[in-house]
Design a protein around this ligand. Structure first.
Ligand SMILES: N[C@H](CCC[C@H](N)C(=O)O)C(=O)O
Length: 274
């Protein structure tokens, strides 16, 4: 099967075209193709499918094979893939995801996609019992996970995110502490975890421990969720830069909707034996 591998601020993905291959056992395929030794290696896998409500549909899988409703870095790479492979004719189009229909806009320079802007929609602070057991609204609440206390905010930005602001990210063991929160029993289907630090009114730092993946170099929906909490709890600007280990993402909040702008790059393409 033909594949293309992309990265967006260091979050990397394998993309298959479901329109040319009827892909079965997709969760198994995701686990195998994302494996860093026995597969091609990636944080996630996306499959292009037809949609009745948008120009195209994106099915997203974490590297452990679990399905996730949305992926911010992934949808930027997905948008570049469908445009460059002429599956859509315009640089502004819609993508159906399990989190709803997203508007994407490609910034093309010298015929190449340089940046992609995604309207991620509105953040949801009211979480259901389906996601969080203890309360349906957690904003800057002190909670204890494995005897360590955190001021945590929980929201849906396409997918479920927990945000913890700290004074110094250097003091956080992202893998250990991220895992403790990600797999806490208060989250019925686990959570993505973002540790963040305010640099100034227009810049924040974010490091993410992703549900179903582990620590990544970047998480687009996580950066967006963190920017929203930063404005709410820390009073930072509505238009900021999120500095992630793999690069930078622009996050703008406008009339309650959240727009993310960032890069999407083709790494390679080839044939995957499955
Ligand atoms: N890396 C993605 C988030 C994937 C979310 C997934 N890990 C989940 O289980 O929700 C992003 O750039 O937004």
């Amino acid at each position: 099967m033909r594949f293309e591998k992309y990265q967006g601020t260091g979050n990397d993905f394998i993309i298959f075209n479901g329109l040319e291959n009827r892909l079965k056992e997709r969760e198994t395929l995701a686990r195998k193709v994302c494996h860093r030794r026995f597969g091609i290696g990636a944080d996630g896998m996306m499959i292009v499918e037809n949609s009745n409500i948008a120009d195209v549909r994106m099915d997203f899988f974490n590297s452990d094979g679990s399905v996730a409703p949305m992926c911010g870095n992934g949808i930027r790479c997905f948008a570049k893939y469908v445009y460059d492979n002429k599956l859509v004719d315009f640089k502004n189009f819609t993508v159906e995801t399990l989190a709803g229909v997203m508007d994407v806009n490609l910034v093309i320079r010298e015929g190449l996609t340089r940046l992609v802007t995604i309207n991620m929609g509105k953040p949801e602070f009211e979480t259901s019992k389906e996601d969080v057991l203890i309360s349906n609204r957690i904003i800057n609440k002190k909670l204890i996970f494995k005897e360590e206390s955190y001021f945590i905010s929980v929201l849906k930005m396409g997918t479920l995110h927990s945000v913890v602001f700290v004074d110094n990210l250097q003091c956080i063991d992202v893998n250990r502490q991220g895992k403790n929160i990600e797999s806490s029993p208060i989250f019925t289907k686990k959570t993505n975890v973002n540790f963040a630090q305010v640099i100034d009114n227009k810049n924040i730092k974010v490091v993410t421990y992703e549900r179903g993946v582990g620590q990544t170099l970047s998480c687009g929906t996580g950066a967006a969720a963190t920017a929203v909490v930063s404005t709410l709890v820390k009073g930072t600007d509505n238009d900021i830069t999120a500095h992630v280990p793999g690069g930078k993402l622009g996050i703008k909040q406008l009339q309650k909707e959240v727009y993310m702008t960032g890069p999407a790059e083709l790494i390679c393409r080839g044939i995957y034996n499955f």
